[in-house]
Design a protein around this ligand. Structure first.
Ligand code: CO
Length: 133
């Protein structure tokens, strides 16, 4: 059901500083940048093989990522697992009786379809199910 790691998301205070760190330290550049208004985040995606490092920073104070940074500081925010069918994967999670954040799949960045699974039910990891296309 999980076909690849789609991305590892890292919450940062200063997106430009984080991009520059990856550029200077590892010689990599973002391949995609996007502001997701609904989630209140700016993201930069750095490609690593078939997966991405997703650097995330909040665009407003009521963004979930802003709350995360205030509570826990910078660091790994969530892991995105690639799936063939987001709705099917989400139904399976719910069918097992586990809490989810998104009751139905919704649009993610770069044209993906995504749904978040609740970290309390997933051993402390915020999981995102990511369907490409
Ligand atoms: Co994500």
């Amino acid at each position: 059901m999980l076909t690849e790691i789609d991305h590892v998301a890292i919450a940062v205070h200063d997106l430009e500083a984080a991009i520059e760190y990856y550029r200077a330290t590892f010689g990599v550049e973002p391949v995609h940048r996007e502001r997701i208004e609904k989630d209140g985040v700016d993201e930069a995606l750095i490609k690593v093989a078939d997966s991405y490092i997703q650097l995330l920073t909040p665009t407003r104070e009521d963004s979930p990522v802003a709350k995360y940074l205030a509570a826990k500081g910078e660091g790994i925010h969530h892991v995105g697992y690639r799936v063939d069918d987001c709705a099917e994967a989400l139904d399976r999670v719910k069918g097992e009786g586990h809490r989810v954040i998104d009751e139905t799949p919704r649009p993610g960045s770069r044209g993906t379809t995504v749904a978040f699974v609740h970290p309390k039910a997933a051993f402390g990891t915020l999981i995102e199910l990511v369907q490409e296309r």
